[in-house]
Design a protein around this ligand. Structure first.
Ligand code: HEC
Ligand code: HEC
Length: 212
């Protein structure tokens, strides 16, 4: 190879290197750094459990592990806009950048801890809950939960995963729907939450809470 062609190649790669620098810098700005994401998720886990399995504190903190990214994103957005009301999460969410909301929504889907369960779960009628989940309650016009939340209760897009969710959290959400949830997607679930009585909620919560 002549020294001339070597210097041409060197010149070319130099030009490529220059072109690559601004693009890389831009990417870094748009995306969330691994360190910043870890700092945030460490914080989320102080309440939602070290593996996102949920936790019982002053109130039940829901499981986020395995949750649908689109659902998490929707809910964080709803907390930011106050179309979902919870003083703790309204505070947590309002400081999040749009990029951080996206990164957090994606983070929990790959975590797969065992269901946390609950003291009450074992004594509740799981078989009755399974029937409601799979067949709905035709006499009350309640469609099968499985038709939206999936046969395995793992959710799909804006339909949340219910498998492994804390039964006491589910009970609180379904009995307090109107006070707390006013987003567009929450309207789909509202009439169903209304139709279920407390015994039916306890049964279906017991069933889904022990699913892996
Ligand atoms: C100080 C405790 C605390 C911290 C920290 C916290 N959360 Fe929460 N989170 C809660 C509570 C309590 C609820 C239940 C709210 C309710 O009952 O509606 C909740 C609910 C949620 C929900 C709704 C889940 C569902 O099934 O509808 C999401 C999503 C969520 N949190 C994400 C996060 C993320 C992401 C972080 C970290 C940036 C975080 N949380 C940090 C306490 C906390
Ligand atoms: C027509 C579709 C549909 C059916 C059928 C349905 N759901 Fe839902 N459900 C939704 C949607 C959508 C949401 C998310 C609401 C939101 O974004 O706030 C939801 C949310 C929930 C939540 C809140 C989850 C959380 O983490 O906060 C619970 C609990 C729930 N559904 C239980 C049930 C049960 C039990 C049944 C059956 C009796 C059922 N759903 C049937 C669409 C449905």
């Amino acid at each position: 190879m002549s020294s001339r062609s070597i210097s041409r190649i060197a010149g070319l790669s130099f030009a490529l290197a220059i072109a690559a620098v601004p693009a890389a810098a831009e990417n870094k700005e748009a995306a969330v750094s691994p360190q910043a994401l870890k700092a945030k998720t460490d914080y989320c886990k102080t309440c939602h459990g070290i593996q996102g399995q949920g936790f019982r504190g002053a109130a039940p903190m829901p499981r986020l592990a395995g949750q649908q990214p689109e659902y998490i994103k929707n809910q964080l957005q709803a907390f930011i806009e106050h179309s979902r009301v919870n003083p703790v999460m309204n505070n947590v969410a309002h400081v999040l950048s749009p990029e951080m909301v996206t990164a957090l929504s994606d983070y929990f889907k790959d975590l797969n801890p065992k269901p946390l369960g609950g003291d009450e779960a074992s004594t509740e009628p799981v078989a009755e809950g399974k029937k409601i989940f799979e067949e709905g309650i035709p006499s009350a016009s309640v469609p099968p939960c499985a038709s939206c939340h999936g046969e395995d209760a793992k959710g799909n897009g804006e339909f949340p995963r219910l498998a492994g969710q804390l039964p006491d959290y589910i009970f609180r959400k379904l009995t307090g729907w109107d006070k707390e949830r006013h987003s567009e997607s929450s309207a789909i679930m509202q009439p169903i939450a209304h139709e279920l009585n407390q015994a039916q909620i306890k049964a279906v919560a017991a069933y889904v809470s022990q699913l892996n």
